[in-house]
Write a protein that binds this ligand. Structure first.
Ligand SMILES: [Zn+2]
Length: 92
């Protein structure tokens, strides 16, 4: 029953998240906007050894860094409510 929670806690690198086909979710602390990324996309940009919680996400609406980052299982059925963003590297 608590399998998901214990697994999420043990994900400390993007490489592990990729192996479990997980999503990385960044939530803005100010406006609660969420952005979801495929772990494999992020690993391609930042490397498989990177801790997903250290990724430099920035909320476009608030222009604020320091999003809350969580790792979650990829939903089995893809509904239109699940929007997966393609990561882009930000300058500076
Ligand atoms: Zn925001």
């Amino acid at each position: 029953m608590f399998h998901l929670i214990s697994m999420a806690v043990s994900i400390d690198t993007l490489g592990k998240a990729v192996r479990h086909h997980m999503l990385v979710v960044a939530t803005c602390k100010q406006c609660e906007r969420q952005a979801r990324f495929l772990a494999s996309d992020l690993a391609g940009l930042y490397g498989h050894g990177r801790d997903p919680r250290t990724l430099p996400f920035r909320c476009k609406a608030c222009d604020l860094r320091g999003c809350r980052i969580t790792v979650m299982e990829s939903p089995f059925d893809r509904t239109h409510e699940t929007i997966v963003w393609r990561p882009v590297k930000v300058r500076g």
